[in-house]
Design a protein around this ligand. Structure first.
Ligand SMILES: NC(=O)c1ccc[n+]([C@@H]2O[C@H](COP(=O)([O-])OP(=O)(O)OC[C@H]3O[C@@H](n4cnc5c(N)ncnc54)[C@H](O)[C@@H]3O)[C@@H](O)[C@H]2O)c1
Length: 342
């Protein structure tokens, strides 16, 4: 883009969207002109916080404004496809909260629409912008863990209990996006099991195993019916093991210099023995920056400078495929399902 300032609108300023409003309203190289929401109370609250912003309940008012270059959407998931399609058709670069859509066929259409119109399409895979996740990503990419074998994530708490989506759709998009981002390979099967305790047909707890073409594996445990608030992942490599605990205030990453390997023991006629190594535990200093501000800045910079987006529409499509595969597996008692079939 030739302009130096991105003129933006945020559509949906509820529980999460208000954070997007705060970040885009205060970001450098960005002018947030509109907040659009169907709820008048939400609009009044935003007007009070940011008096210069135009508030409206009419999406058309935003989309027909030729000054607006980009739209960020944080409405309920079932509305993402329709609003994002309208935004792209109106020629706006578009940011959509996770998950991109409810169906991969819709996500694919958005990806193609954005490509055809040479517009940026970004999905709010927040944790890909978390400094600790990127510290871990750099370690993996530099081979400091050796060969990454497998990882598991736990995202559990008591609440927020949703009625229109299960714990898998509500909580797992973040984990799936980080798993694909960190392991950097294509998922080939998802096997998920869960149970509905509070509401009919809405799983409160899900355990899902994702397998990758190159033999790596990941497990996701998500629940809104749990006594603990845990936001944690563990990555096990051939040389080192790492945990990322997002509930820790400062010491989010722990690197365990531990490994196991098969060795030939020359004292016992070259028999194979398993040697276990227990080394130091290192807690590196990781910059403490709000991931959402980095994510919003990334969107602004990529649109203005024409750079590729990390969590683009194709990434969003991949996550939706894994979600759909997991959903199908949930309903068929944990049968493995290939995300490519969607
Ligand atoms: N990245 C994260 O960590 C994170 C956290 C929570 C929610 N989210 C995502 O944010 C999105 C919104 O979730 P939420 O919890 O804020 O929901 P919410 O129900 O609190 O807010 C949605 C808002 O959208 C408005 N809205 C709905 N349809 C609209 C339309 N057609 N035009 C204008 N406004 C409309 C509603 O009035 C409401 O204020 C979801 O995609 C969710 O997955 C992301």
């Amino acid at each position: 883009m030739s302009e130096d300032i991105l003129k933006m609108a945020v559509v949906g300023a509820g529980y999460w969207g208000k954070n997007l409003v705060r970040n885009f309203a205060t970001a450098k190289r960005c002018c947030l002109k509109y907040v659009c929401d169907l709820n008048k109370k939400v609009l009044a609250a935003q007007k009070k916080s940011f008096p210069s912003i135009v508030t409206t309940a009419e999406l058309e008012e935003v989309l027909s404004d030729t000054e607006i270059n980009a739209v960020a959407i944080a409405t309920e998931v079932p509305t993402h496809f329709d609003i994002a399609r309208k935004s792209l058709e109106a020629g706006k670069h578009t940011y959509v909260e996770k998950p991109l859509t409810l169906k991969s066929v819709d996500a694919k259409m958005l990806v193609e629409l954005a490509k055809g119109k040479k517009l940026k399409l970004m999905v709010g895979h927040l944790l890909e912008y978390h400094p600790a996740v990127n510290y871990l990503k750099e370690m993996i990419d530099k081979g400091q863990l050796g060969q990454p074998y497998y990882m598991y994530t736990q995202r559990v708490n008591l609440g927020i209990v949703r009625q229109n989506e299960n714990a898998w759709w509500s909580l797992a998009p973040h984990d799936i996006s980080i798993i694909c981002y960190l392991l950097g390979s294509e998922p080939i099967s998802v096997a998920a099991q869960g149970q509905c305790y509070l509401q009919k047909d809405v799983e409160d707890v899900v355990f899902a195993t994702i397998k990758f073409a190159d033999g790596k594996m990941a497990n996701v445990h998500c629940s809104w019916l749990d006594p603990h608030k845990i936001r944690k992942m563990t990555v096990v490599g051939s040389e080192k093991m790492v945990t990322f605990d997002d509930m820790e205030a400062t010491e989010k990453i722990r690197i365990y210099d531990k490994s196991a390997a098969i060795k030939h023991d020359i004292t016992t006629s070259y028999a194979e023995v398993i040697s276990l190594r227990f080394g130091d535990i290192v807690i590196p200093k990781v910059p403490s920056v709000e991931p959402l501000s980095l994510e919003c800045r990334h969107f602004i910079d990529c649109v203005l400078d024409g750079m590729p987006i990390r969590s683009d529409g194709t990434e969003g499509l991949r996550v939706v495929r894994v979600l759909e595969a997991g959903q199908k597996s949930l309903k068929s008692n944990g049968e493995p399902v290939n995300p490519e079939s969607f």
